[in-house]
Design a protein around this ligand. Structure first.
Ligand code: SAM
Length: 237
């Protein structure tokens, strides 16, 4: 499918599942979200085409918000490819989980989707050896918890797009100490970039140390979102 057709299809489904139901239409930010979701769905589709499958495929959409990725992966990837798959959505905000459940009822796919109100730090809500863990714009420390849980449950592939970085991120505290030690200038943009680079490096090293072959790529342009880095981490043997 051509890129424009795919994005059009994602916009149509976002509209149908979340927006038309409210009597509104797509806004500029919804179209940006559609571009992000389209790029992640392409990552998922490429990955599942390469997987050898011995059993039903499991995708976890972690810190899912309204579950755009999980629901549209079921509708636009697993359904059309005829895959035996299921989707598990993890989101701590009960209101968003309720919205996801309502949207999931509008899907036209046989792929089962389960929307759980859960904190991603709760090990009991994670399946064993999920094929794909995807987290689009997991904010602050949620990205680190998702890395930790994906490693612990032996996910085959992690597709992680971190979002904002705050003092709640453990690596920020270490990066700030390192900035002082290295006499990184105080000017905010300089210091912020140094700290972000340290956080990004720590996450990459942590995945590699756990045996994940890790790539970091710009999954969409920076004009779509400033948080445009995707960690594509594949478990080694
Ligand atoms: C920036 S939103 C992104 C949502 C969605 N993935 C998207 O791209 O539209 C981050 C979401 O992560 C959820 N979240 C943050 N920390 C979480 C945690 N520890 N467990 C579960 N969900 C969490 C928030 O409630 C929020 O819905």
């Amino acid at each position: 499918m051509r890129a424009n057709d795919r994005i059009q299809e994602v916009e149509t489904w976002l509209d149908r599942l979340y927006i038309a139901a409210d009597g509104a239409s797509l806004r500029v930010e919804d179209r940006r979200k559609a571009a992000e979701v389209t790029a992640i769905l392409e990552e998922i589709e490429r990955a599942v085409k390469r997987f050898s499958r011995r059993r039903s495929l499991v995708l976890v959409d972690a810190a899912a918000g309204k579950s755009y990725v999980g629901l549209l992966a079921a509708q636009l990837v697993f359904g059309p490819l005829g895959l035996d798959a299921r989707v598990l959505v993890l989101e701590k905000n009960q209101r968003l989980v309720a919205l996801s459940r309502t949207a999931a009822e509008l899907l036209e796919t046989r792929t089962p989707v389960e929307c759980l109100a859960a904190d991603v730090s709760d090990p009991s809500c994670w399946p064993e050896e999920p094929d794909i863990v995807v987290a689009l714009h997991a904010c602050g420390p949620a990205s680190d918890v998702i890395i930790e849980r994906a490693i612990a449950c032996r996910a085959r592939l992690l597709l992680l797009v971190p979002c904002c970085t705050s003092d709640a991120v453990a690596a920020v505290r270490l990066a700030k100490e390192e900035a002082v030690r290295l006499a990184i200038p105080d000017q905010a943009p300089v210091r912020r970039r140094f700290i972000q680079a340290m956080v990004d490096a720590e996450r990459t090293r942590r995945l590699e140390a756990a045996g994940y072959v890790t790539e970091v790529v710009e999954f969409v342009g920076a004009t779509v979102t400033p948080h445009n880095l995707l960690w594509r981490a594949r478990r080694g043997k």
